[in-house]
Design a binder for this molecule. Structure first.
Ligand code: FEO
Length: 400
């Protein structure tokens, strides 16, 4: 059994998709699945670019055997040692005892940590600027630390002008038979999941992504081969522009994310009123109940929109736990460059607003509006002036 896709005359995709996984990295829901990409070069030398997650190891090894067609495997290039790509490495090294591992010094340390130390004769340690010649192709290596782990490197094929980008430019979502992004309606079907993937997996490391984008700007790139999601051969400039925007923490579009938590409905009613008032002013609004929605979706929307309103009750003299979880996740992912409004509720001692301000203190470039809405149990007519003042500030900036 095999299922492979031709990428170029001598490069083939031999990865696969997992639709059974509930939580990627034990955290992120992936209702549409996820792909693990691996690529095989069949030049004078054969080169495997990364292995795959254990979940698809059977298909992967069948694909590899089929595409090698009895040829020896000369090299495996390891761009990233996270086990969603490297869990099958040791099995590969056992099945193909002649293959040499080409990787960074940091990745080599991780191979020893995850598995065992490799004998020196099985390793080619490379650093930025080093090259690997395979016949027609010469690969140069580009360091990409913290995109998404410290050992990460990318490879650039000078012959076909292909950049192998590890986790960068990936997306959540199974591939459904497609391998090129231009085979699907990416913007309609995958952009939201690409954003959620970027913001939650790599989003913390905007500065490091910017550093890699600067290196990429010096390369003539005709194709991008990531470890998740699709291969890009068209609209590469648009993809790079998205990454540039996200990694600068600039809003992708004007609009407001309203994330609320509400125990008995009072806070939700206030949030709904705020949403309706913003819509009346022509503002785009997306609303989420943070008790019901995984934080990864709201982290992605917080990256996407120019403004965020947090509406939450006070609970145990703190921020309601599901809202606190969201705020913690946003801070952990370097939430930056946005304007924030607050609606706090508390039946006897509202304190959530002050605590939200304290939680967001470490975030760079966040403007928290002084105009704050404080309600006690339920929104009352006397609270509307404060709400209108806050929404007026937001609408003045957030109308497209
Ligand atoms: Fe897809 Fe950082 O691993």
């Amino acid at each position: 059994m095999h299922c492979t896709r031709k990428i170029t005359d001598d490069l083939v995709w031999i990865g696969g998709s997992d639709r059974k996984l509930s939580l990627f990295e034990a955290v992120y829901p992936v209702p549409a699945g996820v792909s693990y990409n691996s690529y095989l070069l069949k030049d004078e030398k054969t080169v495997l670019f990364d292995t795959v997650d254990k979940a698809i190891s059977g298909l992967f090894f069948d694909n590899l055997k089929y595409e090698l067609g009895g040829r020896k495997l000369d090299y495996v290039v390891i761009h990233h040692m996270e086990p969603d790509h490297s869990a099958t490495l040791w099995e590969l090294l056992t099945l193909y005892p002649e293959v040499k591992v080409v990787t960074s010094a940091k990745a080599l340390t991780m191979i020893t940590q995850f598995f065992e130390a490799l004998p020196a004769e099985r390793v080619v340690t490379v650093k930025e600027g080093d090259t690997l010649e395979t016949g027609k192709h010469t690969y140069s290596f580009v360091a990409a630390p913290m995109v998404h782990w410290p050992e990460v490197m990318m490879s650039y094929d000078k012959a076909d002008r292909i950049l192998f980008t590890a986790d960068a430019f990936g997306t959540f979502g199974a591939l459904d038979g497609a391998i090129f992004a231009d085979e699907v309606d990416f913007e309609r079907e995958y952009l939201d999941e690409a954003r959620r993937y970027y913001c939650n997996i790599v989003g913390k490391y905007g500065a490091q992504v910017q550093a890699v984008l600067k290196k990429a700007a010096g390369l003539d790139i005709q194709m991008i081969c990531p470890l998740h999601g699709f291969v890009w051969r068209r609209d590469i400039d648009k993809l790079l522009a998205k990454y540039d925007c996200w990694s600068r923490y600039e809003p992708e579009e004007k609009g407001v994310l309203i994330a609320y938590t509400s125990v008995y409905g009072g806070t939700q009613a206030a949030a709904e009123l705020a949403a309706a008032k913003l819509r009346e002013k022509g503002v785009t609004v997306k609303m989420y109940d943070a008790s019901m929605t995984h934080t990864s979706y709201m982290v992605a929307e917080a990256f996407r929109f120019s403004h965020v309103i947090f509406a939450t009750t006070t609970y145990n003299n703190g921020i309601f736990i599901k809202m606190e979880e969201l705020l913690h996740d946003l801070v952990a992912h370097s939430f930056s460059g946005k304007t924030v409004g607050i609606i706090e509720n508390g039946s006897w001692a509202p304190a959530a607003g002050k605590l939200i301000r304290a939680m967001l203190e470490p975030c760079k470039g966040i403007t928290i509006l002084d105009e704050q809405v404080t309600i006690k149990s339920a929104m009352k007519p006397e609270n509307e002036a404060a709400m209108d003042a806050m929404l007026g500030r937001i609408a003045a900036e957030a109308v497209d």
